[in-house]
Design a protein around this ligand. Sequence first.
Ligand SMILES: [Zn+2]
Length: 396
Amino acid sequence: MTEPTEDRTLLVTGIGELVTHDPAHGASGVLTDAALVVSGGRVVWTGPAAQAPAADDRLDVEGRCVIPGFVDSHSHVVFAGDRSAEFAARMAGEPYTGGGIATTVAATRAASDDVLRDGARHLVAEMLAQGTTTVEIKSGYGQDVATEERMLRLARELTDETTFLGAHTVPAELAHDRRAYLDLVTGPMLAACAPHARWVDVFCEPAAPAAFDADESREVLDAGIRAGLLPRVHGNQLGPGPGVRLAVEVGAASVDHCTYLTGDDVAALAGSSTVATLLPAVEFSTRSPYPDARALLDAGVAVALATDCNPGSCYSSSMPFVVALAVREMGLTPLEAVRAATAGGAAALRRDDVGTLRSGARADLVVLDAPSHVHLAYRPGVPVVRTVLRGGRPVV
Ligand SMILES: [Zn+2]
């Protein structure tokens, strides 16, 4: 994600529909017959094409739609092994419990750096081809000091948004001694991982025996905060629970999943700076009920959409698919879904330089092979992403 060093300016013009999320362009932030100017890797001007200033270079997108690059704020793309048989069994009627993670932990511990790096690179390239220009990557399949450290070191090669998730589940060999695993996660493992991580995360889910309850989760987050990491939480995925309230209490940037929320949870989120990150491709892939995104938006909660790309509960890297699900299954308008998948993801990572096409934002933009953003949901499964620019440079 290097910035261009050249100082030539680029005029992107012929934009049939430009989604900026810039309140200077009205409540929708959407312009038609628009243009955009990039300088030094940043957006420096947006407005009507007829009023565009001159620039050194020119890209005419011939009436297509331009949106900000997607910000996928939740992924687990460093792993080894294959769990397609588990998916097939689930589709044949076996319930999802999260227990299959042990398969991935064993394969990831056994894999070389090269195998893990190649797999993660492949998935990040797959994401980029579908318009994702910022991605967060978690550890959590090592569950020992060496492998957690390795996962984060490899993730750091691909993104600055790395998350220490040693407290994903208690590994099988310590199932009889949770205290020992918590001591490891909050002690030597945290010390080894913190230099490679920006965030600390925990799977706060008392309904899952291998995950963590509220007190254990608070202990993990507090230790991470003391080590200089910023908190985020996996919560309320498999049933109602304490994850959302804990996230709000510790000032987490985001609480992710939010599939089972009470009215008190929604009210707590509405009164906080914590983003509710929804991962509807997980519900799709585990045949579970979808979160009530409408209730969250109507209550004034900041909502993000992300893939949760991982080998167990959701092996999709596609933000366009997530947008389509959010519209079809969760009642978001297409524009609300695009905003949640871009500006929402940025808020969930506490970033103000990505996720919008306001002046000053990084020139991460996606040209759709379509006249409007609605086509992301209207044409599910179709590769509508035509061109991706990152920092003003074509990368797809
Ligand atoms: Zn996750």
